[in-house]
Design a binder for this molecule. Structure first.
Ligand SMILES: NC(=O)c1ccc[n+]([C@@H]2O[C@H](COP(=O)([O-])OP(=O)(O)OC[C@H]3O[C@@H](n4cnc5c(N)ncnc54)[C@H](O)[C@@H]3O)[C@@H](O)[C@H]2O)c1
Length: 340
């Protein structure tokens, strides 16, 4: 029985692959078209133990179908997607095709070939711009209202999964709605943090990645978009989760689906940090200064987005290990330095 990881050469998929290689004995097949994922990452992980890699684009429906004829896949962990929000506004059909249509085909193949478990990367972007944030954070029953094609392409995929499951009871899913994923492989060598893998997305739009690029001198400056939000220091507040903690939730989900029904879970720490706090922490822990300019708010940026993570903690017994901003930032910085 095999586990199929789509998008396993990408940022989050590679951290899940790492944990599966290190902590389990499952037979693993990675498929990726290497559009934003990296062969180097796969080569690094192959040193841990072997796995299959198939260079394939999920839009090649015949090849996807054939793959299930060749391997007996029990579980799919589906990361492959296009992920840049502004690009989704400029080119929505790319997002509906790559995210929703290709996911629908994958689900169709999964059901046709008797796959039992499907773990899906969704996003807090499905909640859109929350009108009023509950004190205890956004829980999974909060109304969904995506405000860009990226978020909508994910919500539509969630719905396809839910409807497919209702008609095929032997097929089960876990939908994870990630909050802001950051940091890199927590790996120490000679007591020094030395990530082996991390985020190498070209032209990244993620705040911690951009701040790390400034700290290592790859970027001259960065921007804070809006300092007039209704938050404690006027800048946007987000829930940052370390990628290794997020990865661990996927390992738990495989076991969870053995004995439990399909469900949706937020994955975040339930704590928020402002843009200013993130930048100040980056400067402090790396002992580097860099220029930060203030720019107007961007359309569709909510003031605050913080998860309520009670459900995953209680039902899946998931416990974060790396929930300090300093560690997230230190690992992102160490990885950025290694990238050179
Ligand atoms: N990074 C975040 O903060 C974040 C937040 C919420 C949700 N997510 C979701 O997590 C998942 C992984 O995101 P990531 O940050 O690792 O992005 P990433 O771009 O690093 O990884 C995506 C991987 O999928 C591959 N891919 C894309 N389209 C493909 C296709 N048609 N066929 C085969 N391979 C394809 C890419 O080459 C890449 O390796 C995505 O589904 C994304 O929507 C990410």
């Amino acid at each position: 029985m095999s586990i199929l990881i789509t998008g396993g050469a990408g940022y989050i998929g590679s951290h899940v692959l790492k944990q599966l290689l290190e902590d389990t004995e499952h037979h693993i097949i990675v498929v990726d078209n290497l559009s934003t994922g990296h062969q180097d990452t796969l080569d690094t992980l192959r040193a841990m133990r072997s796995f299959e890699f198939i260079a394939l684009d999920l839009k090649e429906f015949d090849r996807v179908d054939n793959l299930f004829k060749e391997y007996k896949v029990e579980t799919i962990i589906h990361f492959a997607a296009s992920i840049v929000v502004p690009e989704s506004v400029a080119n929505p059909l790319k997002y509906y095709m790559n995210n929703t249509v290709n996911t629908t085909n994958l689900i169709n193949c999964a059901i046709k070939h008797g796959v039992k478990k499907f773990i899906f990367s969704s996003t807090a972007a499905v909640y859109g711009e929350p009108i009023s944030l509950p004190k205890e954070g956004i829980d999974e029953s909060y109304p969904t209202n995506p405000i860009n094609p990226y978020g909508m392409s994910k919500l539509m995929s969630e719905r396809v999964l839910q409807d497919a499951q209702k008609a095929h009871s032997e097929f089960k899913y876990v939908i994870f709605r990630y909050f802001n994923v950051a940091g890199a492989d927590i790996h120490y060598q000679d007591e020094k943090l030395e990530p082996r893998i991390g985020q190498s997305f070209p032209n990244a739009t993620h705040l911690i990645k951009i701040a790390a690029e400034c700290a290592v001198g790859k970027r001259e400056k960065m921007y804070i978009f809006g300092e007039d939000f209704d938050t404690h220091d006027g800048t946007g507040v987000r829930d940052y989760i370390h990628v290794d903690d997020l990865a661990n939730a996927h390992i738990k989900a495989i076991e969870y689906l053995e004995h439990n029904a399909s469900d949706i879970f937020n994955v975040g720490y339930g704590e928020g940090y402002s843009v200013k706090e993130v930048i100040e922490t980056m400067k402090k822990v790396t002992n580097n200064d860099f220029t930060v300019n203030i720019a107007p708010r961007r359309a569709g940026d909510p003031a605050m987005l913080i998860s309520n993570n009670a459900k995953i903690k209680t039902k899946m017994n998931w416990q974060p290990k790396y929930d300090t901003l300093e560690l997230i930032i230190n690992s992102a910085y160490a990885w950025e330095k290694k990238l050179g």
